[in-house]
Design a protein around this ligand. Structure first.
Ligand code: PMP
Length: 364
């Protein structure tokens, strides 16, 4: 019954909830370590929790469909005008809304090999043609992506940093890429993991907005801000593009609890700082362990890292599962030897490292 593009879709495979897995494995949920969905291991910010609790008293009312308070807080923090902001039910929602606004069934949409799985899904759902450009050193080959533009190209997705590879391009590389893209093509810079990567060369799509009217920068509260369950994403663009996106999104796409918690967490600088510190330390802990074990890994700037565990990656994954450690196989991304592991708390990382050593002994 479904249209052709939809029939050909491979669905996004989310990680299973811990309780369900614990039941399947016959383990106590408390003994399970889930490092599979790039979630924040700190637990939610106290400020966000308090605001969410308060919002519960208004459950019978529709949320503010314009998200005024959150937009105002975002505008203040990032120095943009509220008219440049679009809110989404997670940034996934925005990726889909962008595709619905700018792509039709005779269009082409460009993304990179090994890039985030939702790009081909939203493309195919519209019946458009996805152009997957071969990666370079696991990251986006921006030159090849610019060369792939044809007169049918309407949209390009660039994940920076990328999931699942953790690769990133600096500001200059992004800017020279944008210089090569015709203004008639929308470019989505997906910066879901940008908060984890600081420093001089850290890319920042926001700084490019005034120069490139075809640019949309997407971000999320799911990662460094620790609100994945609430589904809040946001985009910055020209007011003209935001106006289009806001016409097409569902009128109440972000609920009141999510709006309240996201607005409150923007005030919790301490939480953001702790997220960054725990992540940076955890990444080092994992890298050092991989080096010790002689396992190649893709250096990552995100809150996850892809490690090459060899041809028997699925057996390693299963062995980890049996030991109560959940990571993410990435064979579906065309990376059959890698497993992606999210950075956890030090003791969670340690449990994963020990389980991995055991798993490798068992399969080799
Ligand atoms: N972009 C990238 C690159 C991601 O990895 C993710 C989450 N896995 C998202 C967007 C979507 O995040 P959310 O919908 O939770 O905002």
């Amino acid at each position: 019954l479904a249209v052709r593009g939809v029939q050909a879709l491979s669905p996004y495979q989310p990680g299973k909830p811990i309780d369900e897995l614990a039941r399947e494995l016959g383990l106590n949920p408390a003994d399970i370590v889930k490092l599979a969905s790039n979630e924040n291991p700190l637990g939610p910010s106290e400020k966000a929790l308090a605001a969410a609790r308060e919002a519960l008293s208004e459950l019978c009312l529709y949320p503010d469909g314009n998200g005024f308070d959150l937009k105002q807080a975002l505008a203040k923090r990032f120095g943009v005008d509220m008219s440049q902001i679009t809110l989404g039910n997670g940034s996934n929602d925005l990726l889909e809304v962008v595709a619905r606004c700018f792509v039709s069934s005779d269009s082409e949409v460009i993304f990179s090999q090994y890039a985030f799985a939702v790009y081909p899904i939203v493309t195919q759902a519209i019946g458009a043609k996805g152009i997957s450009v071969p990666a370079k050193d696991w990251g986006h080959d921006l030159d090849a992506m610019a060369e792939a533009v044809t007169d049918r190209t309407r949209l390009i997705f660039v994940a920076n940093p990328n999931n699942p590879t953790g690769t990133v391009h600096g500001q200059e590389a992004i800017q020279s890429f944008l210089d090569r893209i015709p203004a008639s093509v929308i470019v989505v810079l997906d910066e879901a993991y940008c908060e984890f990567f600081e420093g001089e060369d850290a890319p920042d799509g926001l700084k490019l907005l005034s120069r490139y009217p075809n640019l949309i920068v997407c971000r999320t509260f799911s990662k460094a801000w620790g609100l994945a369950a609430l589904r809040v994403g946001y985009s910055f663009s020209s007011p003209e593009i935001a106006d289009i996106l806001n016409r097409v999104r569902q009128p109440f796409n972000v609920d009141s609890i999510a709006l309240a918690a996201a607005t409150a967490v923007l005030d919790d600088e301490d939480y953001l700082q702790r997220s960054r510190e725990v992540n940076a330390k955890g990444l080092r802990q994992l890298e050092q362990a991989f080096e010790r074990m002689g396992l190649p890994f893709i250096p990552s700037v995100g809150n996850f890292i892809a490690v090459d565990v060899g041809d028997q990656a699925m057996e390693v994954y299963q062995s980890l599962l049996k030991q109560g450690v959940i990571v993410r196989p990435v064979a579906g991304y065309g990376m059959p030897k890698h497993l992606r592991v999210s950075v956890g708390l030090p003791e969670e990382n340690e449990k994963f490292i020990q389980a991995l050593e055991h798993a490798l002994d068992a399969v080799n």
